[in-house]
Ligand binder design. Structure first.
Ligand code: SF4
Ligand code: SF4
Length: 81
């Protein structure tokens, strides 16, 4: 795949919540931040999940989670800088 296509695919990729890292916060900071309401939490006290039908791949939720529980392609978020 050409580099530009790879970059586009990565930009549009839907992150996922790693249940083992998620602390199931009463107020999920990532969920509050998601402007497309793609992060859903059915039961309080359970990890949320990301609805791929609503997510537009902005990735703003990845650094918003203080536990690093939201990842792209199974990798933890990269440190800034
Ligand atoms: S995804 Fe992060 S911010 Fe949201 S409930 Fe889990 S640990 Fe808390
Ligand atoms: S990538 Fe953007 S649209 Fe998708 S769940 Fe995260 S904050 Fe919401």
């Amino acid at each position: 795949m050409p580099l530009l296509e790879t970059t586009k695919a990565q930009a549009a990729a839907v992150p996922r919540v790693v249940d083992e890292r998620c602390r199931a916060c009463r107020k999920c900071l990532a969920r509050d931040l998601c402007r497309s309401k793609a992060i859903l939490q059915i039961d309080p006290g359970e990890p949320p999940f990301i609805d791929p039908g609503r997510c537009y791949g902005c990735h703003a939720c990845i650094p918003a989670c203080p536990s690093g529980a939201i990842v792209l392609n199974g990798r933890p978020p990269q440190p800034a800088g």
